[in-house]
Write a protein that binds this ligand. Structure first.
Ligand code: AFP
Length: 341
């Protein structure tokens, strides 16, 4: 008896998707393709650890060793090492920088240095670990511009020079969302087969937007412009929008929701901590890669004055006010801030 094959939906693995993207670039050598595979693997490894995060206590902690005789490590350190160790020896990367380290991470001399620069925030939202709330990893890839094995200068490139960026979301399922500058695609990990499958092709931020996301506990430290903007988002004035508030406190989760539902996330400059007048978030590890994805999905990202992607970074860990999401809402934030100056 002939069996009918359901042809309504294609099942596309991340490998196939990346390869198909590569085939549209005849000049491509496959190095970026393989680097993206490597990052998908990083995501699978970190997801397998975050899934077991709550079990550490149950499985036993003898000093710093668990019952399998493995070293018990903090998840953020483990995620950081996973990124580095899966990418240090491949010959694809020239230098790395991690949100967890003060200085750039050179490729060990025993391994060949490649042509790409990899920046990552290995486990964003780590203060949520103990509460079983979504975490994420964020990555950015640039081309090496210096002639050596990779340097700080290679890492300090503006977002307009990005080759690719994306994030892993460790939530109710694990997702990888990335862009190489040709739109944004999202993949969901099927844990039974260990493959990321294309679940969210060609993501565009929908209109009208639904949510605003910010830590409103900081409101008293905000400028008049940001306070007025927030009132606008809440619909308190005539002619303003009326959005619901949602805030997880894990940037990847907040960004992901607004990417799919439409909305704006902001972490403005504030007067809360005089050592961080630019707010909390990092330009290189958080704002630039997510800003790139927002633009690729039809949205925008700004520091309140202009596009995040136009900023020339000065230091690896510099902070920036960050407004990201639906284009109109980000532009509106800039207007409110400009008018209150
Ligand atoms: P942690 O990694 O320390 O939890 O910080 C997370 C984060 O960098 C980002 O993911 C959140 O959007 C933001 O900080 C939350 O900051 P607040 O706790 O000040 O709201």
């Amino acid at each position: 008896m002939a069996v009918e094959i359901d042809q309504r939906e294609q099942i596309i693995t991340i490998e196939r998707h990346i390869l198909e993207e590569q085939s549209t670039h005849p000049e491509a050598t496959g190095v970026l393709t393989n680097l993206l595979y490597d990052i998908a693997l990083v995501g699978k490894v970190i997801a397998s650890k975050t899934n077991r995060a709550g079990l550490v206590e149950i499985l036993g902690r003898t000093g710093s060793t668990n019952i399998q005789g493995e070293q018990v490590q903090k998840l953020d350190k483990l995620a950081d090492e996973t990124f580095f160790r899966l990418n240090d020896h491949t010959g694809r990367v020239a230098v790395m920088a991690s949100e967890e380290h003060e200085h750039v991470l050179p490729i060990p001399d025993k391994y060949p240095a490649g042509k790409y620069v990899l920046l990552y925030d290995p486990l964003d939202g780590s203060s949520n670990i103990d509460y079983n709330i979504c975490l994420g990893s964020i990555f950015s890839i640039y081309r090496k511009t210096s002639s050596g094995r990779g340097s700080l200068e290679d890492c300090l490139q503006p977002g307009r020079q990005l080759v690719a960026a994306g994030y892993l979301l460790y939530g109710t399922s694990t997702m990888l969302v990335y862009s190489t500058g040709h739109g944004v695609n999202g993949f969901t990990l099927d844990p039974s087969v260990g493959e990321f499958l294309l679940s969210h092709p060609s993501i565009r931020m929908p209109d009208p937007p639904q949510y605003y996301s910010t830590n409103q506990g900081n409101e008293k430290y905000w400028s008049q412009g940001v306070k007025a903007y927030t009132a606008y988002l809440q619909g308190t004035d005539k002619g303003s929008v009326k959005l619901s508030a949602r805030y997880v406190g894990s940037l990847v989760a907040d960004f992901h929701r607004n990417l799919l539902a439409g909305g704006v996330f902001y972490y403005p400059a504030d007067t809360h901590d005089p050592s961080k007048p630019q707010g909390k978030l990092r330009l290189m590890y958080e704002a630039i890669p997510l800003g790139f994805l927002a633009e690729q999905a039809g949205g925008r990202a700004s520091d309140g004055a202009g596009d995040i992607l136009d900023i020339q970074p000065q230091t690896l860990h510099q902070r920036t006010p960050f407004f990201v999401g639906s284009a109109d809402l980000v532009t509106k934030a800039e207007e409110f801030i400009r008018q209150s100056r």
